[in-house]
Ligand binder design. Structure first.
Ligand code: SF4
Ligand code: SF4
Length: 238
């Protein structure tokens, strides 16, 4: 596949290549408006997502109700492998690129930690038309809801970008995550792109709830805003 792509590098072929390697979603977005100065020479974002496995052991039943962890090491390893293959493909064609790893690696190294304030997977995925930012502050895909891990590769390759980016939330009248949140951390407000990535959730209230769960149940997780989301019911398939 890589050899065939060396003649031409078009978005559809790159997408098929990554899907064949195990990606769940692949999209291309024009992010030229959202890039920090040092990244402006790479205006195309390739957004990659891998779906979470069935809930399984990550859903924990406690006497106070269920809690859920969306930390899946194997999903993020898969994303890293996909990024490596993609970076190798782009470089072999002479293009510049920069891989922004999955969120679980946010603090892995000083270099990676420095990347996150510069660019967000949310910008890539919304510009690529793969999802919107839900009221719960998570990327929501029409098919998989919030049950995806994301990674991004920025590049200067002239790949065809989405003509249908998300510029506002599509949650509508749904309030399930608002009502499910035990911390009252989620505002009943739709995201709009012109507001940037201003979080609609009270991150301090959310963090306090995780600390409370750590004390009460031994786990600093909650995940009720993921479990409550009706978008993408694949999380219930075992
Ligand atoms: S993780 Fe829990 S506390 Fe935090 S926003 Fe979601 S439902 Fe609320
Ligand atoms: S639960 Fe409803 S309001 Fe919350 S993110 Fe999902 S669709 Fe949007």
């Amino acid at each position: 596949m890589e050899r065939a792509l060396q003649l031409t590098l078009c978005a559809q072929e790159v997408k098929q290549y990554l899907l064949s390697l195990g990606a769940t979603l692949v999209g291309f977005g024009d992010v030229s408006q959202g890039l920090a100065g040092e990244l402006r020479h790479m205006p195309v974002a390739i957004s990659l997502a891998v779906r979470y496995p069935p809930l399984g052991r990550n859903l924990i039943h406690t006497i106070r109700g269920p809690i859920y962890s969306n930390r899946y090491r194997q999903v993020d390893l898969m994303l890293e492998q996909l990024q490596k293959r993609l970076v190798s493909l782009l470089k072999s064609h002479g293009f510049k690129c920069l891989a922004i790893p999955p969120d679980s690696h946010r603090q892995d190294t000083r270099f990676v930690a420095r990347l996150y304030p510069l660019f967000s997977h949310k910008v890539a995925a919304t510009c690529a038309g793969l999802g919107w930012i839900g009221k719960n502050g998570l990327l929501i895909n029409e098919t998989y809801g919030p049950c995806l891990s994301w990674a991004t590769v920025l590049t200067n390759a002239p790949l065809e970008v989405s003509t249908t980016p998300y510029v506002s939330g599509q949650c509508g009248r749904c309030r399930r995550c608002v009502e499910a949140c035990p911390a009252g951390a989620i505002a009943d407000r739709e995201w709009r792109r012109e507001e940037g990535l201003v979080p609609h959730i009270d991150v301090d209230a959310c963090r306090r709830q995780l600390e409370k769960n750590q004390q009460l149940m031994g786990e600093d997780i909650c995940g009720l805003c993921i479990l409550a989301c009706p978008r993408g019911n694949t999380k219930f398939i075992n």
